[in-house]
Design a protein around this ligand. Structure first.
Ligand code: THU
Length: 130
């Protein structure tokens, strides 16, 4: 299954009783595996999790920690931009040049990279004083 199809399919399972805004995310790793996630909301609103966070959790649970490509899809007027927190979460596991495709349900796509989404990211290097 393509990354696009995986993101589109998992989006259907999003649990979004509050926003009604379903998002699907799929990650490909260097092994060729695909990991998918959807947003999961909560009555205590800040406890909800984004689709990207779900896909990252699935990847780590499967024993992988390197992102090779990302695809995010939602039903919106323009390709869905990941929130700030998810940009940081992606940067934890992806090199800056990793391709991120943001998409709409009706077929628009915007291709960007992790470093374009989060210029000047805080990384472990910033804690290295040796
Ligand atoms: N959301 C995501 O899951 N990913 C994004 O890239 C943008 C926003 C979710 C969070 C919340 O469940 C809903 O969309 C509305 O903000």
């Amino acid at each position: 299954m393509s990354l696009s199809d995986a993101a589109r399919a998992v989006r259907e399972n999003a649990y979004v009783p509050y926003s009604k805004f379903k998002v699907g995310a799929a990650i490909r790793t260097p092994s060729g595996a695909t990991h998918a996630g959807c947003n999961v909301e909560n009555a205590a609103y800040p406890e909800g999790t984004c689709a990207e966070a779900g896909a990252i959790a699935a990847m780590v649970a499967a024993g992988e920690t390197e992102i090779a490509e990302v695809y995010v899809i939602a039903d919106c007027p323009a390709p869905v931009p990941p929130c700030g927190g998810c940009r940081q979460k992606l940067a934890e596991f992806a090199k800056g040049d990793v391709r991120v495709t943001l998409a709409t349900l009706d077929g628009q796509e915007f291709v960007t990279t992790v470093s374009d989404l989060l210029p000047g990211a805080f990384t472990p290097d910033h804690m290295d004083r040796t």
